[in-house]
Design a protein. Structure first.
Length: 163
């Protein structure tokens, strides 16, 4: 992300997010280990956001990451946070909260809530970074790059909002 500082993310925002995540990991290492012991690390979707969910005859979740198993194995809290963050990004915090509440009630994983802003921050940051990568594509028009720049910045703003 360093190469995008000053372009899609400010130095101050980058530093706040980095300091928050570093501190969170350090302070919560026992909780992360407990999640492993409790079987909360699973083979998940890996890319669970609204664009990968279709409502037809029930709910169809598709397009999981298949090219690299390592990208799919994660804490279920991270997977839930990804979709919740995406709903937040679309301005639907109400749906985000409803989804999380329903998941916690069904899974009885209340511990997830202690990790939630951390994982939402992480997922929003990754989306901002992925959008930033697109700016390096010489085949994308300047008009499209202007749109991508705004989207990348909005994800970094969202990541910071979870700090």
């Amino acid at each position: 992300t360093v190469e995008y500082i000053g372009r899609t993310i400010s130095q101050a925002k980058y530093r706040r997010i980095k300091d928050y995540t570093d501190s969170f990991i350090e302070k919560n290492t026992p909780l992360f280990h407990k999640r492993i012991t409790d079987g909360r690390i699973r083979d998940c979707h890996g890319d669970l956001h609204a664009a990968h969910i279709c409502f037809t005859k029930g709910i169809c979740i598709y397009d999981c990451i298949e090219f690299n198993d390592r990208f799919r194995y994660c804490d279920v809290a991270s997977e839930v946070a990804f979709l919740a963050m995406d709903l937040d990004h679309y301005g639907r915090a109400d749906l985000s909260q409803s989804f999380v509440s329903a998941y916690v009630a069904q899974s009885r994983d209340e511990e997830l809530l202690r990790l939630f802003n951390f994982y939402k921050c992480y997922r929003a940051y990754v989306r901002g970074k992925v959008e930033s990568f697109k700016l390096d594509d010489p085949y994308i028009s300047e008009e499209e790059k202007t749109r991508i720049l705004a989207v990348a910045r909005s994800y970094f703003d969202l990541a910071e909002s979870y700090v």
